[in-house]
Design a binder for this molecule. Structure first.
Ligand code: MEV
Length: 284
């Protein structure tokens, strides 16, 4: 059984969403495909390597298998993973592989989970791996579309976006970094989170000019909470000099930066579009 799930772009609200604030997020037209086959042993085949259940090399897939087995006992499965979503870059590759794995397993082992059940299980997997998470990534990967989260208010995003990939980094580490800063300066961080919350709520009604202003403000606030870096700031200033407005998306510390795509994009970047469809079974 083959299932696929989309990646995502957090337009506004990463990190503050972990502390109960709103985020504006959209699924994107890059997907992760997982094929599940019954087998006597566990085997995971992906661009990261070929392993059995391996919580270091394939943490999300291994925890997804573990969580699925708690509901339906399975003695083995082969999972073959192919993804268009860059890994560890803030575009939701981990959630997409988790959600697609759960859907493929549920189809292969005749234990059909609803999308709501897949979302709840994938959220647990994310917490298994990261320790702290808002659930925004598994949510958008399961349901697709564009939303104000955690409200589940559907919105329409009329723009395409250019995305520039920087380098890979760990979401867990970046989330911990913000948690430490918040422990030290709670009264300041909470106010920054409130400002980001206001941005996420305002953005859906904005034209491209105002949307770009919000991109600029949110990036400054991400810098303030320590998830940018001198290299990223320098790159962003250079792009601003060229007339682009960009911000980090996802956990930061690297990953990806994005801006609204209007005919022109920075060298090395690629274009993504909002995607309406969430997880689905694919024809084999
Ligand atoms: C990661 O894509 C988004 C973060 O806000 C973490 C989370 O919400 O779980 C950094």
């Amino acid at each position: 059984m083959i299932a696929s799930a989309p990646g995502k772009i957090i337009l506004f609200g990463e990190h503050s969403v972990v502390y109960g604030r709103h985020a504006l997020v959209s699924a994107i037209n890059l997907r992760c495909r997982v094929e599940a086959k019954k087998s006597k042993v566990f085997r995971v085949v992906s661009p990261l390597g070929i392993t059995g259940l391996d919580f270091k090399v394939h943490p999300y897939v291994s925890f997804a298998i573990k969580r699925f087995s708690e509901l339906k006992r399975i003695d083995g499965a082969e999972l073959i993973i192919k993804s268009e979503i860059p890994i560890a870059s803030g575009l939701g590759s981990s959630a997409a592989v988790t959600v697609a794995t759960l859907k493929a397993l549920s189809g292969e082992f005749d234990f059909m989970l609803t999308d709501e059940e897949i979302f709840e299980l994938a959220k647990k997997v994310e917490l298994d791996v990261q320790g702290r998470a808002s659930g925004i990534d598994p949510f958008i990967s399961t349901f697709g579309g564009s939303w104000i989260f955690p409200e589940r208010k559907k919105v329409e995003i009329l723009f395409d976006f250019f995305v520039l990939k920087l380098w890979e980094r760990s979401t867990k580490m970046m989330v911990e970094k913000v948690a430490k800063l918040r422990e030290k300066h709670p009264e300041i961080l909470e106010r920054i989170f409130d400002a980001i919350d206001a941005i996420a709520l305002k953005a859906p009604g904005c034209d491209s000019e105002d949307f770009e202003e919000l991109i600029h403000i949110n990036q400054s606030l991400l810098r303030a909470i320590g998830v940018s870096s001198p290299e990223i700031d320098e790159l962003i200033s250079k792009l601003e000099k060229d007339g682009f407005k960009v911000k980090l998306t996802g956990a930061g510390g690297g990953g990806c930066i994005f801006g609204i795509y209007r005919d022109r994009k920075p060298g090395g970047s690629f274009v993504v579009k909002p995607e309406m469809e969430g997880v689905r079974i694919e024809d084999s």
